[in-house]
Design a protein. Structure first.
Lengths: 368, 424
């Protein structure tokens, strides 16, 4: 009993004292949850392996990010949190934060400043969309097309997706309202800045669906990021939406006759959260990992293995060449200047409010 | 002479009446048997039944609103939600006190998320409001009505207060109403707007497609089972391995293989085009629709139909057929009047198995079903995993469970459950 008390007291003390004293009381094992596949591999190379080498910690990987929100809620109700650090997108991170399932992060004390001394809060800037969320990468959902199936003039605009006369054939879209409805409004003449105001109104929602009606018969609706690359490779579709990293792999690694549109790319963030309710020594370990894995160099390193842009401003100049292919990764980042100017920023708080409502409408529309 | 009074009873060796003694021994045995199965029963109860019941219970549970905003709910009781007048100052004051307290314990976002399922926009409204209310002094800063409307114009809208009042009870029928495309309103249950009515359609589609899948499993499985039961044992074992082979490959691999087969640039279409049966411009659409779901699921569930049929057919003596024929029956009559009736218990068992598995299928329709071939389970998965609306997910799951039980009961009434055999 006394042992436990001293232990808890000293752990609390070390937490209060900050990371400098925490070292002696950190767990030796941690479970990191991510998406699996090439993405987890890039994290393994850029973060896990150097961190394990530095600290001797055993890192267990769990590829459960796609169901992380529901499972964290269940774990929290069962009072048995088995995850230490969880990789989620910004939207779900906000949801976890609102439900009290993710701990609040203070960027000044818990995240590393940039090498030139800029504070983490300024270095991440607008990317810190939720107080619980530590951004890692910027990814985007954008279109790829088959260079051999689109005729002589290649598509250059996201609105070419809606042009079935110039570009006949099937196109693939995610069967969710997010991104799809924004593109529909954008291509129906709504200004970028007004899209979410329009989408808030029932008339605006009908307008988006009416625009989608014009291509409904030409769309293959997909549910996962792996679908569109496969459909493009098989020649099932002439163009389709997926994550830019998937298209990069299809074009540069698998050498398929596919090119990217980039126009109208919708940028989203992916990053870490730390669950609430961890024991002090596990929490200290998770925080120590986060401090290490989200510093300027580490974020830039990840881009060697996958074409997602680092979320820190100070990491961008450090992005180098792909580890295996040797190509310059800079132009393949969604955050590269020429890609960025055609980008579209997702409005998280809009989707937090309207996702359920619009999803019901969207699915009803799809089923018709 | 007192001994002879109970001559009508047979006594056991220790002088007890035999009936009582036997009964005791039997009870003892029963207790021992029960103790033997007790670990399993307790395990099933704790690890299976309790979690399911607690999950299903969420379909009516709704205490988060009244627990987080107790004073507001109390104050709203005197407000008539069907009038066109906003609640008065008491309600706003009570709400200010509640939301300030909730903001301090960070529970305001949870209640916001809960009510957002009923009316889009409430989640961010609660967040914005709580940020402001945190700075207010509840004792001296009133009146609050104007202040709230100043924070956000929606606090001056009746709809918000109606939603709050309607969904404030500790237990609610709201989730079940949502599950059947209706919603709870101040004036009683009403139909959802037409552009949001999807769930009943999905229920209907799930049932119809499961029936079609069961039917095609019977048609395809019956001859296979018959063959298995009637070829020599060594060949039958080989065939049985072929039937079981799909069980040993991953479900995802099998489903994806169907994609390769059925898609427009896929194996079957290529073959048909090469044979000249289909023109290149008119390749068949066989996937990402109902056909895809039916084909892939029939294939996946086929072993569940064949195995019970096979084990029943194995027990039908071939002599019966020979006897029928020797008595002058044609092949068809012998089959239809003698063999088939005896194989019905196998069909029954296989059908129940396949139908119940099909009705809850989720991953295969998700992959090959496109938008017209998805089931209600896909919606349950969305509610549980994505939107975190566990109440709606639980309500949908409960309805599905009850539907299966009703069908099971109907089957028992029509065919008789004693008629179902999995073997022997």
């Amino acid at each position: 009993m006394t042992f436990t008390k001293t232990f808890v007291a000293s752990a609390a003390l070390s937490l209060a004292a900050g990371a400098t004293f925490a070292d002696g009381h950190m767990a030796n094992e941690m479970t990191i949850v991510s998406w699996g596949g090439a993405y987890s591999a890039s994290q393994l190379n850029a973060y896990h392996t150097p961190y394990a080498a530095k600290t001797g910690v055993t890192i267990l990987n769990d590829d459960s990010s796609s169901t992380a929100v529901a499972r964290l809620r269940a774990m929290n109700e069962a009072n048995n949190i088995t995850w230490d650090v969880v990789d989620v997108e910004a939207g779900p991170a906000m949801q976890l934060c609102d439900e009290g399932l993710a701990m609040v992060i203070d960027p000044d004390t818990m995240l590393a400043p940039a090498p030139d001394g800029t504070s983490a809060a300024d270095d991440f800037g607008d990317m810190l969309v939720s107080e619980c969320f530590i951004p890692q990468i910027v990814y985007s959902t954008t279109f790829g097309y088959r260079t051999d199936l689109v005729g002589s003039t290649a598509p250059t605009s996201v609105c070419d997706v809606f042009d079935t006369v110039a570009y006949p054939g099937k196109r693939s879209l995610f069967s969710v309202p997010i991104n799809t409805m924004e593109w529909a409004l954008l291509c129906d003449g709504v200004a970028k800045a007004d899209i979410y105001d329009v989408l808030e109104t029932p008339e605006g929602q009908d307008q988006a669906l009416a625009k989608l009606d014009t291509i409904k018969d030409d769309v293959i609706w997909v549910s996962s990021g792996a679908d569109t690359p496969q459909l493009l490779a098989d020649g099932e579709v002439v163009m389709g939406a997926t994550y830019n990293g998937r298209l990069f792999a299809l074009i540069e690694e698998q050498k398929q006759p596919v090119a990217m549109i980039w126009d109208g790319q919708v940028m989203d963030l992916d990053g870490w959260i730390i669950p609430t309710g961890l024991s002090p020594e596990r929490q200290a370990r998770a925080l120590d990992y986060i401090m290490f894995a989200t510093d300027t160099q580490r974020l830039a390193d990840q881009a060697k293995w996958i074409s997602y842009g680092p979320a820190r401003a100070s990491s961008a100049p450090l992005v180098g060449k792909h580890a295996d292919l040797g190509i310059d990764m800079g132009p393949h980042m969604p955050t590269a200047p020429e890609n960025l100017e055609r980008a579209f920023l997702m409005n998280y708080s809009f989707w937090a409010d309207y996702r359920d409502d619009l999803d019901a409408k969207f699915q009803t529309w799809l089923a018709k | 002479m007192t001994v002879s009074t109970k001559t009508d009873q047979i006594l056991s060796a220790d002088g007890m009446p035999l009936k009582k003694s036997l009964g005791r021994a039997l009870r003892h045995q029963k207790r021992r048997a029960l103790m033997l199965v007790a670990p399993l029963l307790i395990f099933i109860f704790v690890a299976f039944i309790m979690p399911i019941v607690s999950m299903l219970f969420r379909s009516v549970e709704n205490d988060i609103v009244v627990n987080t905003l107790p004073q507001t709910v109390m104050a709203l009781q005197s407000w008539n939600a069907e009038t066109e007048e906003l609640p008065d100052e008491d309600v706003y004051a009570a709400f200010a006190a509640d939301i300030k307290l909730a903001a301090e314990t960070k529970t305001h976002t949870k209640v916001g998320l809960r009510l957002n399922y009923e009316q889009a926009g409430i989640a961010s409204l609660f967040k914005k409001t709580a940020r402001k209310v945190k700075k207010w002094d509840i004792e001296s800063d009133g009146p609050f009505k104007e202040k709230f409307i100043g924070v956000h114009k929606n606090w001056g809208k009746i709809e918000i207060w109606r939603t709050l009042k309607v969904h404030s009870s500790r237990y609610t029928s709201g989730y079940f109403l949502n599950a059947i495309d209706m919603r709870k309103t101040a004036g009683g249950p009403k139909a959802q707007p037409e552009d949001k009515q999807i769930l009943l359609l999905l229920f209907q589609r799930t049932i119809i497609m499961s029936l079609v899948i069961t039917g095609s499993c019977i048609l395809l499985g019956y001859p296979v089972a018959w063959l298995l039961a009637n070829v020599p044992l060594r060949k039958a074992n080989l065939l049985l391995i072929l039937v079981l082979l799909p069980f040993w490959t991953s479900l995802l691999v099998r489903t994806s293989a169907w994609k390769v087969m059925l898609q427009q640039q896929g194996v079957i279409n290529d073959l048909l085009v090469q044979l000249g049966m289909v023109s290149d411009g008119a390749r068949l659409v066989m996937i990402n629709n109902q056909t895809g779901t039916i084909v892939a699921m029939t294939h996946i569930l086929l072993p569940f139909m064949i195995l019970p049929m096979y084990s029943v057919m194995q027990t039908i003596p071939p002599t019966y057929l020979r006897a029928a024929k020797s008595l002058g029956a044609t092949d068809w009559t012998a089959f239809w009047r003698v063999y088939f009736p005896q194989s019905v218990p196998g069909i029954g068992a296989g059908s129940i198995l396949v139908f119940i598995l099909a009705i809850g299928y989720y991953i295969t329709p998700e992959i090959v079903g496109g938008t017209k071939g998805v089931f209600i389970s896909n919606r349950i998965a969305y509610s549980i995993l994505k939107s975190l609306n566990w109440g709606l997910g639980a309500a949908l799951a409960t309805i599905l469970l009850v539907a299966v039980l009703i069908l099971y009961w109907a089957y028992d009434k029509m065919v008789g459950i004693d008629n179902v055999k999995l073997g022997g």
